[in-house]
Design a protein around this ligand. Structure first.
Ligand code: ADP
Length: 160
């Protein structure tokens, strides 16, 4: 039984994240999409509970995927769940510097946990949660880039 963790901020989950989830769910027996609370940034929009609800609703159709959250160091959390891999998405060359640094440190912390990089469909390579938050805040329509519940929640959040 091979389990992988997909850690991230997911504030909120986008179709780019979902693309990576779909690919990873085919490679592993079980995939856990984990909101890493230790990474919470100052400009956060949704609470961890809100993010988990949106993740849960977006992954319902995948039988081997489940949501979770943790305040632990990612590799320690993965080890506790007997996971063998961390999933990360790569969009551009510009992602590589940061991602390699993190993967290298995680390998140093636990050499048994492998970081697996997956590439999304090209149509999602320009997508990130920050741009979604910024455009939605100004009233722009981002419905085609996020799961339905996220689109709803963004509208509620920024309703005048
Ligand atoms: P973080 O703050 O850790 O970058 P995110 O939730 O933004 O958390 O992203 C989690 C992972 O998903 C990262 O590896 C990121 O590169 C990847 N990711 C985010 N958006 C996309 C996208 N549109 N396509 C592919 N991967 C993505």
């Amino acid at each position: 039984m091979k389990t992988a963790i997909y850690p991230g901020t997911f504030d909120p989950i986008t179709k780019g994240h979902l693309d990576i989830i779909e690919r990873a769910s085919k490679l592993f027996d079980k995939l856990i999409v984990t909101v890493a609370e230790n990474k919470l940034k100052k400009d956060e929009l949704f609470t961890v509970e809100e993010r988990l609800e949106m993740i849960q609703s977006a992954i319902e159709r995948y039988k081997n995927v489940e949501p979770s959250s943790t305040k632990e160091l990612t590799v320690d959390y993965a080890k506790g769940l007997n996971a063998c891999a961390l999933i990360r998405g790569l969009r551009f060359v510009s992602d590589i510097e940061n991602e390699f640094q993190m993967a290298w440190m995680n390998r140093h912390l636990n050499k048994d946990i492998v970081t697996v990089f997956l590439m999304p469909n090209e149509k999602y390579t320009h997508l990130n949660s920050t741009i979604i938050r910024e455009v939605a805040k100004l009233g722009g329509n981002v419905d085609s880039f996020v799961p339905n519940l996220v689109a709803e929640r963004l509208k509620e959040k920024f309703k005048k």
